[in-house]
Design a protein around this ligand. Sequence first.
Ligand code: DQA
Length: 142
Amino acid sequence: RKIFVLNGPNLNLLGTREPEIYGYDTLDDIADRLEDAAQRAHVELDFRQSNHEGHLVDWLHEANEESAHAVLLNAGAFTHTSVALHDAIKAVKVPVIEVHLSNPHTRETFRHKSYVGMAAKGTIAGFGALSYMLALEAALEL
Ligand code: DQA
């Protein structure tokens, strides 16, 4: 079984990016923690980050073509703008779990709409790096 973990724009800057909101863990720290949990569960992880919307669309297609077990998707700001990601999630069979470090509903109103969440299997948000661990746990149960 293989699970893709796809991260969108600015998440490469985690650790120094608004740490009061996103915490001090870097994306590599999160990847390491997830990798440990995945190994214990005997699943393979493919952890990626891109600042480019089209890469995320391509990777959703790739996860689907590889018959991945699930995709964990933190689309960053594209969450709130991307009809293309919405359509890609709708277009594929692989279940997609929306992940956020922060809770967008407690923040600016422009973060209250999620094109990703409207198409995803479910959403985990607001628990910092732990959101990814909880999403992995949910994915393993699917
Ligand atoms: C985020 C929330 C988004 O609103 C924001 O644009 C991000 C990070 C999160 O993980 O909390 O880049 O997806």
